[in-house]
Design a protein around this ligand. Sequence first.
Ligand code: MFK
Length: 248
Amino acid sequence: MARMLRRLRKGFQSLTSFSAATIQPNLSASESSRSEVALLSFFSPKPRDFSLPNSSWGSEMMRLYDHYNSQCEAETEGGQTQGSPWQRLPSYNRSLKYAPGGVYLSKIVQSKARLFTRNIREPGAAFEYALFVNKGEKKCVCIFQAGWLLEGPPGHVHGGAIATMIDTVTGTHATFLSGPIMTANLNIAYRSPIPLGSTVLIESSLDTQEGRKTFISCKVMSTDGSKLHTEATVLFVSINVSHLVRGG
Ligand SMILES: CCCCCCCCCC(=O)SCCNC(=O)CCNC(=O)[C@H](O)C(C)(C)COP(=O)(O)OP(=O)(O)OC[C@H]1O[C@@H](n2cnc3c(N)ncnc32)[C@H](O)[C@@H]1OP(=O)(O)O
């Protein structure tokens, strides 16, 4: 048991480092992005990365993807990475499984489990999103296209789906900053409805870190920044692996 916990702890540590090796090279134009990504996915032994462009992505999603991706760390021919504060975070279904020791925890928790937002096969039907973190500014940006299965009020996105995305983006950001965490408190103000099928920006920024507590603020905005759809403040509490194994 002690050996297994050691492996799990190591796995969590490597999970939080989001290895640069998992980051795809920068892609500039929309079309080349899609085809190169399709090729990379086909030949890669890694599981599918759901945060790469697919045929369901609209022009605004692709424009923003290219905008942020072009600012990310790029691998040079020598295998070195060029310095940039921006980093794209891949999805890898349930990243837990792909860290050393993560397989054990996945089995204990539930072997068929997958991150909630990545559980619908049809491209474009639900949560299409990609995350970029800025290490220097300690902020995180998500581009999010809301599919037709996320309807709440007619023609608009369900508040629970918006909360899910806020929890996912801020939770990933907090994990990046503080290691393994759980959401302790999530406060949301819904300011204006999000049209179904539209693309929005979800911005997460670090407020403070106090001991085991990480406080994050989040805004969901229209892509031109003119409309505030939703705002939230979130508290994450750092946990250790045994918290999950024991069930809290
Ligand atoms: C790569 C990964 C990508 C992940 C993306 C997805 C992220 C999704 C994240 C989630 O959705 S997690 C699921 C929803 N959350 C839960 O189910 C958490 C359930 N609650 C717990 O497990 C525990 O209550 C918790 C870990 C949050 C805290 O329990 P602990 O026993 O570890 O902490 P403790 O009670 O000692 O509190 C530590 C500090 O946090 C404070 N605190 C804890 N819960 C709080 C709360 N609810 N509100 C305000 N403050 C709170 C508490 O007052 C204290 O502050 P001080 O240090 O200043 O004394």
